[in-house]
Write a protein that binds this ligand. Structure first.
Ligand code: C5P
Length: 401
Protein backbone atom coordinates (compact mmCIF):
# COMPACT_ATOMS: atom_id res chain seq x y z
CA UNK A 1 0.00 0.00 0.00
CA UNK A 2 2.69 2.46 -1.09
CA UNK A 3 0.17 5.19 -1.98
CA UNK A 4 -2.11 4.99 1.04
CA UNK A 5 -3.98 8.27 1.46
CA UNK A 6 -2.59 9.83 -1.73
CA UNK A 7 -4.94 11.58 -4.14
CA UNK A 8 -4.14 10.78 -7.76
CA UNK A 9 -5.79 12.65 -10.61
CA UNK A 10 -5.62 10.99 -14.02
CA UNK A 11 -6.05 13.00 -17.21
CA UNK A 12 -6.95 10.84 -20.21
CA UNK A 13 -6.74 12.02 -23.82
CA UNK A 14 -8.15 10.47 -27.00
CA UNK A 15 -5.41 8.02 -27.91
CA UNK A 16 -5.64 4.26 -28.36
CA UNK A 17 -3.46 3.63 -25.29
CA UNK A 18 -6.36 4.99 -23.18
CA UNK A 19 -7.75 1.45 -23.12
CA UNK A 20 -5.02 0.53 -20.61
CA UNK A 21 -5.93 3.24 -18.10
CA UNK A 22 -8.55 1.16 -16.21
CA UNK A 23 -5.69 -1.23 -15.28
CA UNK A 24 -3.78 1.74 -13.89
CA UNK A 25 -6.82 2.89 -11.90
CA UNK A 26 -7.09 -0.57 -10.36
CA UNK A 27 -3.37 -0.74 -9.59
CA UNK A 28 -3.47 2.71 -7.94
CA UNK A 29 -6.43 1.75 -5.81
CA UNK A 30 -4.71 -1.49 -4.79
CA UNK A 31 -1.83 0.67 -3.56
CA UNK A 32 -4.23 2.65 -1.37
CA UNK A 33 -4.63 5.77 -3.56
CA UNK A 34 -7.82 7.71 -4.10
CA UNK A 35 -8.29 8.17 -7.86
CA UNK A 36 -10.32 10.61 -9.94
CA UNK A 37 -10.38 10.81 -13.72
CA UNK A 38 -10.79 13.76 -16.03
CA UNK A 39 -10.89 13.08 -19.76
CA UNK A 40 -11.18 14.86 -23.08
CA UNK A 41 -14.41 14.19 -24.96
CA UNK A 42 -12.46 12.12 -27.56
CA UNK A 43 -11.00 9.89 -24.81
CA UNK A 44 -14.49 8.47 -24.29
CA UNK A 45 -14.20 6.82 -27.72
CA UNK A 46 -11.26 4.73 -26.52
CA UNK A 47 -12.18 3.98 -22.91
CA UNK A 48 -15.56 3.92 -21.29
CA UNK A 49 -16.21 6.65 -18.70
CA UNK A 50 -18.49 4.14 -16.98
CA UNK A 51 -15.59 1.72 -16.48
CA UNK A 52 -13.41 4.51 -15.09
CA UNK A 53 -16.09 5.79 -12.73
CA UNK A 54 -16.98 2.29 -11.55
CA UNK A 55 -13.35 1.46 -10.78
CA UNK A 56 -12.48 4.80 -9.19
CA UNK A 57 -15.77 5.38 -7.37
CA UNK A 58 -15.93 8.94 -8.76
CA UNK A 59 -17.57 10.16 -11.97
CA UNK A 60 -15.10 10.36 -14.85
CA UNK A 61 -15.51 13.97 -15.92
CA UNK A 62 -15.12 15.53 -19.33
CA UNK A 63 -17.49 18.52 -19.35
CA UNK A 64 -17.61 21.69 -17.27
CA UNK A 65 -21.20 20.96 -16.37
CA UNK A 66 -23.27 17.84 -15.77
CA UNK A 67 -26.93 17.11 -15.16
CA UNK A 68 -27.74 15.74 -11.72
CA UNK A 69 -31.34 15.10 -10.69
CA UNK A 70 -32.55 17.34 -13.49
CA UNK A 71 -30.40 20.38 -12.64
CA UNK A 72 -26.99 21.49 -13.91
CA UNK A 73 -23.92 21.07 -11.68
CA UNK A 74 -20.53 22.70 -12.15
CA UNK A 75 -17.50 20.42 -12.39
CA UNK A 76 -14.95 22.78 -10.95
CA UNK A 77 -11.51 22.49 -12.56
CA UNK A 78 -10.09 24.54 -9.68
CA UNK A 79 -11.43 22.15 -7.06
CA UNK A 80 -10.12 19.13 -9.04
CA UNK A 81 -6.71 20.71 -9.59
CA UNK A 82 -6.32 21.57 -5.91
CA UNK A 83 -7.64 18.17 -4.75
CA UNK A 84 -4.81 16.22 -6.37
CA UNK A 85 -1.48 15.29 -4.75
CA UNK A 86 -0.24 14.27 -8.19
CA UNK A 87 -1.67 14.61 -11.70
CA UNK A 88 -0.75 12.16 -14.46
CA UNK A 89 -1.92 12.84 -17.99
CA UNK A 90 -1.79 9.56 -19.93
CA UNK A 91 -1.98 8.97 -22.78
CA UNK A 92 -1.04 12.51 -23.77
CA UNK A 93 -1.86 13.20 -27.43
CA UNK A 94 -0.02 15.66 -29.67
CA UNK A 95 -3.12 17.87 -29.65
CA UNK A 96 -3.43 18.15 -25.86
CA UNK A 97 0.37 18.44 -25.57
CA UNK A 98 0.27 21.53 -27.80
CA UNK A 99 -2.49 23.02 -25.62
CA UNK A 100 -0.57 22.36 -22.39
CA UNK A 101 2.62 23.81 -23.83
CA UNK A 102 0.85 27.05 -24.76
CA UNK A 103 -1.58 27.50 -21.89
CA UNK A 104 -4.68 26.88 -24.01
CA UNK A 105 -7.68 25.92 -21.93
CA UNK A 106 -10.64 24.78 -23.99
CA UNK A 107 -11.80 21.76 -22.01
CA UNK A 108 -12.01 20.50 -18.44
CA UNK A 109 -8.73 18.57 -18.66
CA UNK A 110 -6.63 21.49 -19.89
CA UNK A 111 -8.30 23.93 -17.45
CA UNK A 112 -7.63 21.50 -14.58
CA UNK A 113 -3.98 21.27 -15.65
CA UNK A 114 -3.68 25.06 -15.41
CA UNK A 115 -5.31 25.01 -11.96
CA UNK A 116 -3.21 22.18 -10.50
CA UNK A 117 -0.56 23.04 -7.93
CA UNK A 118 0.68 19.46 -7.49
CA UNK A 119 3.44 17.68 -9.46
CA UNK A 120 2.32 16.88 -13.01
CA UNK A 121 3.54 13.93 -15.07
CA UNK A 122 2.70 13.30 -18.70
CA UNK A 123 3.01 10.11 -20.75
CA UNK A 124 2.95 11.07 -24.43
CA UNK A 125 1.81 8.26 -26.73
CA UNK A 126 1.47 8.59 -30.48
CA UNK A 127 2.74 7.22 -33.75
CA UNK A 128 6.52 7.31 -34.23
CA UNK A 129 6.57 10.05 -36.88
CA UNK A 130 4.25 12.29 -34.85
CA UNK A 131 6.44 11.71 -31.82
CA UNK A 132 9.62 12.54 -33.72
CA UNK A 133 8.13 15.72 -35.27
CA UNK A 134 10.10 18.82 -34.24
CA UNK A 135 6.93 20.62 -33.10
CA UNK A 136 6.02 17.75 -30.74
CA UNK A 137 9.58 17.55 -29.45
CA UNK A 138 9.69 21.30 -28.92
CA UNK A 139 6.36 21.22 -27.02
CA UNK A 140 7.71 18.43 -24.80
CA UNK A 141 10.81 20.51 -24.05
CA UNK A 142 8.50 23.39 -23.22
CA UNK A 143 6.63 21.23 -20.68
CA UNK A 144 9.91 20.05 -19.16
CA UNK A 145 10.91 23.69 -18.73
CA UNK A 146 7.72 24.21 -16.66
CA UNK A 147 8.80 21.40 -14.32
CA UNK A 148 6.47 18.80 -15.82
CA UNK A 149 7.90 15.27 -15.73
CA UNK A 150 7.76 13.58 -19.11
CA UNK A 151 7.50 9.80 -18.92
CA UNK A 152 9.36 8.74 -22.05
CA UNK A 153 7.38 6.61 -24.49
CA UNK A 154 8.69 3.11 -25.13
CA UNK A 155 9.84 1.42 -28.32
CA UNK A 156 7.71 -1.29 -29.81
CA UNK A 157 4.67 -2.24 -31.80
CA UNK A 158 2.27 0.67 -32.44
CA UNK A 159 -1.45 0.54 -33.17
CA UNK A 160 -0.75 1.86 -36.70
CA UNK A 161 1.12 -1.36 -37.47
CA UNK A 162 4.43 0.51 -37.46
CA UNK A 163 7.17 -0.20 -34.97
CA UNK A 164 9.11 2.52 -33.16
CA UNK A 165 9.17 4.95 -30.26
CA UNK A 166 5.70 6.06 -29.22
CA UNK A 167 4.11 3.41 -27.00
CA UNK A 168 2.69 4.47 -23.67
CA UNK A 169 4.58 2.66 -20.89
CA UNK A 170 2.63 -0.21 -19.33
CA UNK A 171 0.35 0.65 -16.36
CA UNK A 172 2.80 -0.89 -13.85
CA UNK A 173 5.54 1.46 -15.04
CA UNK A 174 3.22 4.46 -14.81
CA UNK A 175 2.35 3.35 -11.28
CA UNK A 176 6.05 3.24 -10.39
CA UNK A 177 6.60 6.73 -11.75
CA UNK A 178 3.74 8.07 -9.64
CA UNK A 179 5.08 6.27 -6.57
CA UNK A 180 8.55 7.65 -7.13
CA UNK A 181 7.22 11.17 -7.63
CA UNK A 182 5.43 10.79 -4.29
CA UNK A 183 8.71 9.69 -2.65
CA UNK A 184 7.35 6.15 -2.44
CA UNK A 185 9.07 4.44 -5.37
CA UNK A 186 9.85 0.74 -5.12
CA UNK A 187 13.48 1.65 -4.42
CA UNK A 188 12.83 4.72 -2.26
CA UNK A 189 15.40 4.88 0.52
CA UNK A 190 17.60 2.22 -1.16
CA UNK A 191 21.21 3.34 -1.57
CA UNK A 192 22.66 1.76 -4.70
CA UNK A 193 26.20 1.79 -6.02
CA UNK A 194 26.51 1.31 -9.79
CA UNK A 195 29.63 1.24 -11.92
CA UNK A 196 29.66 1.60 -15.67
CA UNK A 197 31.86 1.89 -18.73
CA UNK A 198 35.39 0.80 -19.52
CA UNK A 199 38.58 1.68 -17.70
CA UNK A 200 41.65 3.01 -19.50
CA UNK A 201 45.03 1.82 -18.26
CA UNK A 202 47.89 4.13 -19.28
CA UNK A 203 50.86 2.87 -21.26
CA UNK A 204 52.36 6.34 -21.33
CA UNK A 205 51.14 9.95 -21.20
CA UNK A 206 48.88 9.56 -24.25
CA UNK A 207 48.34 5.82 -24.87
CA UNK A 208 46.25 3.31 -22.99
CA UNK A 209 44.82 -0.20 -22.89
CA UNK A 210 41.01 -0.12 -22.97
CA UNK A 211 38.00 -1.90 -24.42
CA UNK A 212 34.89 -1.20 -26.49
CA UNK A 213 32.44 -0.79 -23.61
CA UNK A 214 30.22 2.27 -24.17
CA UNK A 215 28.87 2.44 -20.61
CA UNK A 216 25.29 2.37 -21.89
CA UNK A 217 24.12 -0.67 -19.90
CA UNK A 218 25.32 0.66 -16.55
CA UNK A 219 24.01 4.16 -17.22
CA UNK A 220 20.58 2.75 -18.16
CA UNK A 221 20.54 0.88 -14.84
CA UNK A 222 21.50 4.05 -13.01
CA UNK A 223 18.78 6.13 -14.74
CA UNK A 224 16.10 3.52 -14.11
CA UNK A 225 17.17 3.19 -10.47
CA UNK A 226 16.77 6.96 -10.03
CA UNK A 227 13.32 6.73 -11.63
CA UNK A 228 12.38 4.05 -9.10
CA UNK A 229 13.42 6.27 -6.24
CA UNK A 230 16.87 4.87 -5.35
CA UNK A 231 19.73 7.01 -4.09
CA UNK A 232 22.25 6.27 -6.82
CA UNK A 233 26.04 6.49 -6.53
CA UNK A 234 27.40 6.18 -10.05
CA UNK A 235 31.09 5.53 -10.66
CA UNK A 236 31.87 5.53 -14.36
CA UNK A 237 34.84 5.19 -16.66
CA UNK A 238 35.19 7.16 -19.93
CA UNK A 239 31.72 7.04 -21.52
CA UNK A 240 31.05 7.14 -25.26
CA UNK A 241 28.16 9.60 -24.82
CA UNK A 242 27.17 12.52 -22.60
CA UNK A 243 25.78 11.34 -19.27
CA UNK A 244 22.08 12.35 -19.22
CA UNK A 245 20.92 14.67 -16.46
CA UNK A 246 19.27 12.79 -13.60
CA UNK A 247 18.91 13.13 -9.85
CA UNK A 248 21.98 11.02 -9.01
CA UNK A 249 23.13 11.26 -5.39
CA UNK A 250 26.76 11.22 -6.54
CA UNK A 251 28.59 10.82 -9.82
CA UNK A 252 32.30 9.95 -9.76
CA UNK A 253 34.02 9.93 -13.15
CA UNK A 254 37.21 7.85 -13.13
CA UNK A 255 39.69 6.60 -15.71
CA UNK A 256 41.64 3.63 -14.35
CA UNK A 257 40.67 0.42 -12.55
CA UNK A 258 42.58 1.60 -9.48
CA UNK A 259 40.54 4.83 -9.35
CA UNK A 260 37.33 2.88 -9.90
CA UNK A 261 38.21 0.50 -7.08
CA UNK A 262 38.94 3.35 -4.66
CA UNK A 263 35.60 5.03 -5.40
CA UNK A 264 33.58 1.80 -5.29
CA UNK A 265 35.01 0.50 -2.04
CA UNK A 266 34.52 3.93 -0.44
CA UNK A 267 30.82 4.06 -1.42
CA UNK A 268 29.89 0.40 -1.00
CA UNK A 269 29.98 0.47 2.81
CA UNK A 270 27.18 3.02 2.96
CA UNK A 271 25.05 1.37 0.26
CA UNK A 272 22.34 -1.28 0.49
CA UNK A 273 23.47 -2.89 -2.74
CA UNK A 274 25.73 -2.62 -5.78
CA UNK A 275 25.44 -3.45 -9.45
CA UNK A 276 28.84 -3.67 -11.10
CA UNK A 277 28.43 -3.51 -14.85
CA UNK A 278 31.75 -1.84 -15.68
CA UNK A 279 34.05 -3.55 -18.16
CA UNK A 280 37.11 -3.12 -15.97
CA UNK A 281 40.40 -3.78 -17.79
CA UNK A 282 41.85 -7.04 -16.47
CA UNK A 283 45.48 -6.05 -17.02
CA UNK A 284 47.43 -2.82 -16.91
CA UNK A 285 50.96 -1.87 -17.89
CA UNK A 286 53.13 -2.53 -14.84
CA UNK A 287 55.30 0.50 -15.46
CA UNK A 288 53.38 3.29 -17.24
CA UNK A 289 55.64 6.06 -18.52
CA UNK A 290 54.97 9.63 -17.43
CA UNK A 291 55.95 11.03 -20.85
CA UNK A 292 54.98 10.00 -24.36
CA UNK A 293 57.19 7.14 -25.58
CA UNK A 294 59.00 8.30 -28.71
CA UNK A 295 58.31 6.45 -31.94
CA UNK A 296 61.95 5.40 -32.29
CA UNK A 297 62.06 4.15 -28.67
CA UNK A 298 59.25 1.59 -29.01
CA UNK A 299 59.56 -0.99 -26.22
CA UNK A 300 59.87 -4.58 -27.39
CA UNK A 301 57.17 -5.63 -24.96
CA UNK A 302 54.86 -4.04 -22.42
CA UNK A 303 54.94 -5.79 -19.07
CA UNK A 304 51.38 -6.26 -17.78
CA UNK A 305 50.07 -6.85 -14.27
CA UNK A 306 46.51 -7.72 -13.17
CA UNK A 307 44.19 -4.93 -12.06
CA UNK A 308 42.28 -5.30 -8.78
CA UNK A 309 39.06 -7.30 -9.12
CA UNK A 310 36.64 -4.69 -7.75
CA UNK A 311 33.64 -6.99 -7.66
CA UNK A 312 35.48 -9.80 -5.87
CA UNK A 313 36.76 -7.21 -3.36
CA UNK A 314 33.21 -6.02 -2.59
CA UNK A 315 32.12 -9.69 -2.38
CA UNK A 316 34.57 -10.33 0.47
CA UNK A 317 33.27 -7.45 2.54
CA UNK A 318 29.58 -7.74 1.64
CA UNK A 319 27.28 -7.59 4.67
CA UNK A 320 24.32 -10.00 4.86
CA UNK A 321 21.89 -7.12 4.31
CA UNK A 322 23.64 -5.99 1.11
CA UNK A 323 22.81 -7.27 -2.39
CA UNK A 324 25.66 -7.62 -4.86
CA UNK A 325 25.04 -8.05 -8.60
CA UNK A 326 27.82 -8.58 -11.13
CA UNK A 327 28.02 -9.04 -14.87
CA UNK A 328 29.70 -11.68 -16.98
CA UNK A 329 30.43 -11.35 -20.66
CA UNK A 330 31.23 -14.80 -22.00
CA UNK A 331 31.80 -16.27 -25.44
CA UNK A 332 31.85 -19.98 -24.39
CA UNK A 333 30.19 -22.06 -21.67
CA UNK A 334 28.38 -18.93 -20.54
CA UNK A 335 26.17 -20.36 -17.81
CA UNK A 336 28.95 -22.53 -16.31
CA UNK A 337 31.42 -19.67 -16.21
CA UNK A 338 28.85 -17.23 -14.89
CA UNK A 339 27.96 -19.65 -12.09
CA UNK A 340 31.65 -20.03 -11.15
CA UNK A 341 31.99 -16.24 -11.02
CA UNK A 342 28.87 -15.88 -8.93
CA UNK A 343 30.19 -18.29 -6.29
CA UNK A 344 33.83 -17.15 -6.41
CA UNK A 345 32.90 -13.47 -6.06
CA UNK A 346 30.14 -14.07 -3.47
CA UNK A 347 27.36 -12.51 -5.57
CA UNK A 348 23.58 -12.64 -5.15
CA UNK A 349 22.90 -12.36 -8.88
CA UNK A 350 25.00 -12.42 -12.02
CA UNK A 351 23.90 -11.00 -15.37
CA UNK A 352 25.33 -13.10 -18.17
CA UNK A 353 25.49 -11.67 -21.66
CA UNK A 354 27.22 -12.81 -24.80
CA UNK A 355 28.76 -10.46 -27.36
CA UNK A 356 26.92 -10.56 -30.69
CA UNK A 357 25.50 -8.28 -33.39
CA UNK A 358 22.58 -7.23 -31.15
CA UNK A 359 24.05 -7.89 -27.71
CA UNK A 360 27.00 -6.88 -25.55
CA UNK A 361 29.30 -3.93 -26.19
CA UNK A 362 28.08 -0.75 -27.88
CA UNK A 363 24.68 -2.13 -29.00
CA UNK A 364 21.25 -0.61 -28.27
CA UNK A 365 19.79 -3.99 -27.34
CA UNK A 366 20.92 -6.83 -25.13
CA UNK A 367 19.94 -10.33 -24.07
CA UNK A 368 20.97 -11.81 -20.78
CA UNK A 369 20.50 -14.61 -18.31
CA UNK A 370 19.86 -13.37 -14.80
CA UNK A 371 21.23 -16.08 -12.54
CA UNK A 372 20.51 -16.14 -8.79
CA UNK A 373 22.73 -17.76 -6.18
CA UNK A 374 19.90 -20.27 -5.53
CA UNK A 375 20.35 -21.55 -9.09
CA UNK A 376 17.22 -19.82 -10.43
CA UNK A 377 17.74 -18.52 -14.01
CA UNK A 378 15.70 -15.99 -15.98
CA UNK A 379 16.09 -15.25 -19.69
CA UNK A 380 15.54 -11.55 -20.37
CA UNK A 381 14.75 -12.06 -24.06
CA UNK A 382 16.21 -9.66 -26.66
CA UNK A 383 15.27 -6.26 -25.24
CA UNK A 384 16.50 -2.68 -25.16
CA UNK A 385 19.22 -1.97 -22.59
CA UNK A 386 16.73 0.24 -20.75
CA UNK A 387 14.31 -2.65 -20.49
CA UNK A 388 17.01 -5.04 -19.30
CA UNK A 389 17.96 -2.42 -16.70
CA UNK A 390 14.35 -2.60 -15.48
CA UNK A 391 14.48 -6.41 -15.24
CA UNK A 392 17.72 -6.27 -13.25
CA UNK A 393 16.20 -3.75 -10.85
CA UNK A 394 13.07 -5.92 -10.57
CA UNK A 395 15.16 -8.78 -9.20
CA UNK A 396 16.85 -6.37 -6.81
CA UNK A 397 13.45 -5.17 -5.55
CA UNK A 398 11.61 -8.46 -5.39
CA UNK A 399 14.31 -10.96 -4.52
CA UNK A 400 16.75 -9.27 -2.17
CA UNK A 401 19.29 -11.63 -0.51
O1 C5P B 1 35.80 -12.06 -14.05
P1 C5P B 1 35.13 -11.16 -15.02
O2 C5P B 1 35.97 -9.98 -15.43
O3 C5P B 1 34.54 -11.83 -16.22
O4 C5P B 1 33.86 -10.62 -14.20
C1 C5P B 1 33.02 -9.64 -14.69
C2 C5P B 1 32.42 -8.90 -13.52
O5 C5P B 1 33.48 -8.53 -12.64
C3 C5P B 1 31.77 -7.59 -13.93
O6 C5P B 1 30.70 -7.35 -13.04
C4 C5P B 1 32.88 -6.57 -13.75
O7 C5P B 1 32.35 -5.28 -13.47
C5 C5P B 1 33.62 -7.13 -12.57
N1 C5P B 1 35.08 -6.86 -12.58
C6 C5P B 1 35.62 -6.04 -11.61
N2 C5P B 1 36.97 -5.80 -11.60
C7 C5P B 1 37.78 -6.37 -12.51
C8 C5P B 1 37.25 -7.20 -13.51
C9 C5P B 1 35.89 -7.42 -13.52
O8 C5P B 1 34.88 -5.53 -10.78
N3 C5P B 1 39.08 -6.10 -12.47
Amino acid sequence: MLLRGKKVLLGICGGIAAYKIPMLVRALIKEGAEVRCVMTSEAGQFVSPLVLSTLSGYPALSAYTAQESGSAVWNSHVELGLWADVFLIAPLTANTLAKLAHGQSDNLLTATYLSARCPVLVAPAMDLDMMAHPSVQSNLKQLTSYGIEVVEPEFGFLASGLEGKGRMPEPEHLLERIQTRMGRGPLSGFKLLINAGPTYEPIDAVRFIGNHSSGKMGVEIALEAVRRGAEVYLVHGPLRFTLPDAAFAQVVPVVTAAEMERACSEWFDRCDGAILSAAVADFRPADPKANKIKKDQAPEAIQLEPTPDILAGLGTKKRTNQTLIGFALETDNGLDNAWKKLTRKNLDWIVLNEPGPETGFGTETNRAWLVHKSGEKRDSGLVSKAELAGQILDVLTHAAP
